[in-house]
Design a protein around this ligand. Structure first.
Ligand SMILES: Nc1ncnc2c1ncn2[C@@H]1O[C@H](COP(=O)(O)OP(=O)(O)O)[C@@H](O)[C@H]1O
Ligand SMILES: [Mg+2]
Length: 358
């Protein structure tokens, strides 16, 4: 089966600057795909090439098996919403939403009905005659969304559309975007640098780093099985502990941490040559704390305890000076009697850990 939208080996150079090195990606019909990565990692450039604002230096993009590169931007039938409100300030809300329909030669009665339907979709019924300047930032972005979806484009591109809004409003509109995606079944490519936003919205996430995609997967896949240290650090909280590879075989390594602890069968990423230095990665909630000395555990000292609502953050430090964060669910027995300055033992299962080797 041909994928709905294909990005094939896209590269984009601006003079000596390589904005996108080599990006390849398939997106399914109706999928919500997010480009997640730090500023400057090539997310917007990739999106602009899809929109037709920019031509790639090489590579191709195909919609249902046909290249889009020869089609000018305004003919691609791709809806767009950007960070800054791009509504026409001199037009009313209704006229803004009607604009792409007029351009496409729709009849007046059809336009009126469609504008009403779109306003209802974004829950702004009755706002037809309002001017954008007299609306809040969140309302303006909902109008922008209504305008982008008015002519029923098969693909919608969104570049950090919520980054100018405060946290509460952002979460409210994230929920709206999710609902609208489910209602319309439009294919969405969404750019953000906010991992929480990506996790909340997406079917799958492409993690961008320095002009390439490090990993593509569901939020759960990226969190539980990050393929690079960068992905592990970018999605969720993580602890990194220096270790040494003892032996390795197809995707697993036996490692040593400090002098005493040997952990067999840890999932391995990278080559992992024998006796090479590597990093052990653990998620703070997959580490258990104990006041009693345990076999197969790391000795640490408690440095700080912070109450965070549904969990407690325990900052510890290993003898070798490595800081290790631990998260304990609120109300857990193990916390009783644990105080700052106390020695504790940290335990974890090999299957919950990862080794990143070079
Ligand atoms: N028109 C341009 N001219 C020169 N460099 C650019 C241009 N557009 C983007 N870049 C550079 O390409 C890199 C990727 O940019 P961009 O795709 O905007 O990243 P992101 O959206 O992930 O923050 C950055 O280093 C940026 O400075
Ligand atoms: Mg950008």
């Amino acid at each position: 089966m041909t994928p709905f939208l294909e990005i094939r080996n896209i590269r984009k150079e601006y003079g000596p600057v390589v904005a996108v090195h080599d990006v390849t990606l398939n997106v399914g019909r109706g999928e919500f795909m997010t480009f997640l990565g730090p500023s400057g990692s090539g997310k917007s450039t990739t999106l602009y090439i899809l929109a037709g604002f920019d031509q790639p230096t090489r590579g191709d993009i195909l919609l249902e098996g046909k290249t889009l590169l020869e089609t000018p931007s305004h003919r691609r039938n791709i809806g767009m919403v950007f960070q800054r409100y791009t509504l026409f300030p001199h037009l009313s809300v209704g006229e803004n939403i009607a604009f792409p329909l007029k351009v496409r030669g729709w009849q007046k009665a059809d336009i009126t009905a469609r504008v009403r339907k779109m306003l209802s979709l974004v829950r702004l019924d009755g706002f037809e005659d309002r001017k954008p300047a007299r609306m809040s930032g969140g309302q303006q972005q909902r109008v922008a969304l209504a305008r982008a979806l008015a002519y029923d484009p098969p693909v919608l591109l969104m570049d950090e559309p919520l980054s100018a809004l405060d946290k509460k409003l952002r979460e409210e509109i994230q929920f709206e975007i999710r609902r609208i995606h489910q209602q319309t079944e439009v294919t969405i490519l969404y750019v953000t640098h906010d991992q929480e936003e990506a996790l909340r919205l997406s079917d799958r996430i492409s993690v961008f780093s320095k002009g390439v995609i490090d990993q593509i997967g569901t939020g759960e896949q990226l969190y539980s099985n990050p393929s690079t240290r960068f992905v592990a650090e970018f999605i969720g909280d993580s602890d990194f502990i220096p270790c040494e590879v003892v032996t390795s075989r197809h995707g697993k390594a036996d490692i040593s941490v400090g002098r005493d602890l040997i952990v067999p069968d840890v999932p391995l990423h990278g080559v992992g040559a024998e006796r090479s230095a590597a990093q052990l990665m653990l998620r703070p909630e997959r580490i258990s704390l104990s006041r009693q000395k345990r076999e197969q555990a790391l000795a640490a000292t408690v440095e700080d305890i912070t109450f965070l609502g549904n969990n407690i953050h325990v900052a510890t430090r290993l003898a070798g000076d490595t800081p290790v964060s631990v998260r304990v669910p609120f109300g857990s027995e193990v916390m009783s009697g644990i105080e700052r300055g106390m020695p504790v033992w940290l335990c974890f299962e090999a299957g919950a850990a990862h080794v990143f080797a070079s």
